[in-house]
Ligand binder design. Structure first.
Ligand code: GAP
Length: 512
């Protein structure tokens, strides 16, 4: 865990208007965050890149914006009322509450880090002759720790699968896990806790309906499946994409915006012919990985992880994990959800949710392949991969957010070199031209060097400076954020040059 780096990123996000704690003046609300002036721009750009890559680039994928409130039966049908639970355990001494599975996962992570230490020692000892695979397969210390990990994983997944809460508690005791706060093993029983927030709809107490804040956006797409299919004359296979808020009463809510109680999802449900779902599952796995890699955050930071235990409705599922400063964690889920959701909504609503296939004259409930990514997690991935501290000649350090240019919150800054001699007027004229295509800032305060640093800190890819030469030959300097190099270009050519550098077109093209 790169703790110091993570703390720096969180502090930077606040100082430069990316993310604030919600209701901070009242000491904040745990695991709820607000996006500031730069955060909201970055978030919008991530959304647009996701949306364009799906809805704009595929003839057979359309968008939807369904309501957050849904009929309560939706959540009975989906299984969330009965089974959207976390197993919780309290420590009687510290009075702190934990997720039992997270305590066990942290225990496993400690064993894994012991293995990593052994590998590091081996590398040091054997140098160039070090064969990692052989070392992992033969070193007695590694084998001992790996055997423990396998045993705990096996017992944990079995207990979770069978809803065996007593066994989960026993496993925590057997692993000798202590409360991180009190240091004791004085644990309560494990209990199930439903993660959905509920509220009342209606004017009188007696007539009020208990409704839930949606814990995923997916159900809005399932209940609208036929509306979209018929009104859009869609043919299977086709997809519905949606971006929207979701709410979960997370017990273990930490790691900044990684696990929040109010967050945003970008989900796409792809409706396919039964029997073809594995083909489409593989297709979406590959395409989603391409999307992540197209951002240039570093291919080695992404990996697939198959689900060890499949949810009752899935016949295949995996995560795309990202290397956050606190290790590899889930960023996106890809699930083959079978016909579970549509079949359950048929059952609970009494309405047929079937597709009539004009080619085969068959009527069937389509199978669904889902891609589901947390927008806030994607934001954190972009933020942490872009945060760079650079030592400059002369010993100064600059902090620069190396965002992919088309995602950067501010695309351009326009500066007059000095605040006189008519330069601010020319700068305003240039600004009024370029701001029609890109989000720009104007700045005339402080030295030019300080202005560059401010733009580096919010990741502005280009700065345009108007100087005395501009008056003579209608040229400006264009400074590149990453190389810090400046080139002289004519004002007339600016829109074309900038469009080439800032437009997402060339990256989107790779996804077609
Ligand atoms: N419809 C499927 C679904 O909701 P999920 O794995 O529970 O699946 C999908 O969630 C994605 O939503 C996750 O991969 C993660 O990126 C994001 N996510 C889930 N819970 C979150 C939370 N509490 N805070 C932030 N993002 C979350």
């Amino acid at each position: 865990m790169q703790e110091a780096l993570f703390k720096n990123i969180i502090a930077h996000a606040k100082e430069y208007g990316f993310i604030f704690q919600s209701s901070e003046i009242y000491d904040g609300l745990s695991a709820v965050y607000d996006y500031g002036q730069n955060g909201v721009e970055l978030k919008e750009n991530i959304k647009k890149y996701w949306w364009d890559s799906l809805v704009r680039l595929h003839d057979n994928i359309v968008g939807l914006d369904s309501a957050i409130f849904m009929h309560p039966k939706t959540w009975e049908a989906s299984g969330h009322v009965a089974a959207f639970n976390d197993p919780l355990i309290d420590n009687r001494d510290s009075k702190k509450r934990y997720r039992a599975d997270v305590l066990l996962e942290e225990y496993i992570a400690r064993l894994e880090s012991r293995i990593e230490k052994e590998v590091a020692k081996g590398k040091k000892r054997f140098g160039d002759n070090f064969d990692q695979d052989q070392f992992l397969a033969t070193n007695p210390n590694v084998l001992r720790e790996q055997a423990k990990i396998d045993k705990v994983n096996e017992r944990m997944f079995k207990a979770l699968g069978e809803d065996n809460l007593e066994e989960l508690r026993q496993l925590i005791l057997d692993c000798d896990i202590v409360c991180p706060v009190s240091g004791t093993r004085n644990w309560t029983e494990v209990r199930q806790f439903n993660l959905m927030f509920s509220t009342q709809m209606g004017s009188t107490h007696e007539g009020a309906l208990q409704i839930f804040l949606r814990p995923e956006t997916a159900q809005g797409m399932f209940v609208n499946f036929l509306n979209v299919q018929k009104s859009g004359r869609m043919k299977v296979p086709f997809g519905i994409a949606q971006i929207g808020k979701a709410f979960r009463n997370e017990i273990v809510a930490r790691q900044f915006i990684f696990r929040m109680r109010e967050f945003e999802q970008m989900e796409m449900q792809y409706f396919v012919k039964p029997g073809e779902e594995m083909k489409w599952y593989e297709y979406w796995k590959e395409l989603r990985m391409c999307w992540h890699r197209s951002l240039g955050l570093g291919d080695e930071k992404f990996r697939f992880k198959d689900h060890e235990k499949l949810a009752h409705y899935a016949n295949a599922a995996c995560d795309i994990e990202f290397l956050f400063p606190f290790g590899f964690r889930e960023l996106e889920g890809i699930h083959s959800r079978t016909d579970y959701d549509l079949a359950r909504h048929e059952e609970y609503s009494g309405r047929k949710l079937r597709y009539f296939d004009p080619e085969t004259n068959e009527r069937y409930i389509p199978y669904v392949v889902e891609t589901s990514i947390g927008l806030d997690r994607m934001f954190l991935a972009v933020l942490s991969a872009s945060y760079t501290q650079e030592k400059l000649e002369g010993g100064e350090t600059r902090i620069v957010m190396k965002f992919p240019p088309w995602l950067a919150p501010v695309k351009l800054a326009v500066f007059p070199l000095v605040n006189k001699d008519g330069l601010p007027q020319i700068a305003q004229e240039v600004l009024s031209k370029v701001r029609l295509d890109h989000y720009c800032l104007y700045d005339e305060k402080d030295s030019i060097g300080r202005r560059y640093r401010r733009m580096d800190a919010i990741g502005t890819p280009f700065c345009i400076t108007i100087d005395h030469q501009t008056k003579e030959d209608q040229t400006v300097t264009l400074r590149d954020r990453d190389t810090m190099l400046q080139e002289r270009v004519s004002i007339e050519e600016l829109p074309k040059i900038l469009d080439n550098k800032l437009n997402s077109k060339q990256w989107l093209q790779k996804l077609t």
